[in-house]
Design a protein around this ligand. Sequence first.
Ligand SMILES: Cc1ncc(COP(=O)(O)O)c(C=O)c1O
Length: 443
Amino acid sequence: MTDMPEIVSNLIQASKKHEQYRSEECINMIASEGIKSPAVSQMLDMSHDLATRYAEGENDMAGHVKKRYYQGQKYMSQIEDLACDAVKNLFRTSWADVRLISGTHANTATFKGLSLASKNNKMVVTPLSCGAHISHDYTGLAGSILGIDNINHVYDLDEFNIDPDKSAYVIRAAKPGIVTFGGSLFLFPHPVKELKAVCDEVGAYVAYDAAHVLGLIAGGQFQDPLREGADFITASTHKTFPGPQGGVIMGSPDTPAKEKAVKKIQHAVFPLTASSTHLGRLPALGIACLEMKIFGQQLATQIVKNAQTAGQYLCENGVKVVAEKKGFTRSHQIALDVRGFGGGNRVAQDLEDASIILNKNLLPYDDQADKGNPSGLRVGFQDVTRRGLMEGDVKHLCDLMLDVIKEKRKPVQVKADVLAFKKEFCGVKYGFQSVEEALKYVK
Ligand SMILES: Cc1ncc(COP(=O)(O)O)c(C=O)c1O
């Protein structure tokens, strides 16, 4: 057995190497990852004591602290209330819960709460093969942990979206307690407003998983689900939304049914699924909210522009980019079909060897059992945009990717160019460089 000092020494080495590798020696294009500003990182560093504390208890209908069971809470309660207010302000809601430690946790509490409130454990969701997150599915959290029965929306492969007319039939026939939108492979806004009336007709709550697109919503560059009819949004706070790792749920309980739902969701947060709520992230979450209030529109606009530019450019250069007739994407991600170049596995691995990091992805028309070598690659542009890449830079990056995809050069040769290119984009834009700088904005 390896002895403890050696284990820990290796652990420290690996951590140091990781920090350098992924932040300095790679171009990061995984669509579910985010990048924090120096101010958000600094605020996390300033919140170490908070990261060791507990705040179990109940919240009120504004999402504020109502009752806590331990002593020592006087600033902690204030911090939680203020982080909650920052989220509510940014997304214009009257209620939010910031105690969730991840997007999956937000879905756990929301799906559980809404199925309790509706006394109905059926949920209509996007098929897993068409971009839903595993937490929505009967094989994952929803079915295997919460015991929710899934019924799939009808998905239109031509539109790369939920078919609103056919899904309306499904919702009417299934009479679910919850209808869920949003997903992980998420190129186009889902038909929330088109299906809201049908959801109301059958008494279903509308939940929208904004884990991927929260930053785009904050910047006004994607659909605004709450204004289109979603009762609740769940999300991660660390993908296109550039905050610390965490989760959030929000909505405006302006009807008795929604008020009942909030109470059930809060119960599903505590005591059902949370004890430590990882409070150390909350001040940093507030700073990220301010950044998105100030820079969000500019950032989100450029992210979408960069994704669309890459879609067009790769397509013009012989790579199949899905949803060509729809303009490739309206979000931060595009999906490539690289079956003709050896498949997602070969291409993703070679790109990694060239220091470009993204993930292989099953496409809706793939054999869903062939997870080892799917046709697709999912490519996200939120990180490179925050690093400062504009459309011309994105085309240059695509040229480097094309060299690898088409095997024009060996990955190790491309890597030298990737590293040189990366050196031009070491900073983080559309955010504060320090907490001090954030404070100047609020004075
Ligand atoms: C749509 C969607 N919801 C939820 C999650 C889970 O979020 P987290 O990793 O914060 O638990 C993901 C993860 O990528 C996702 O894509």
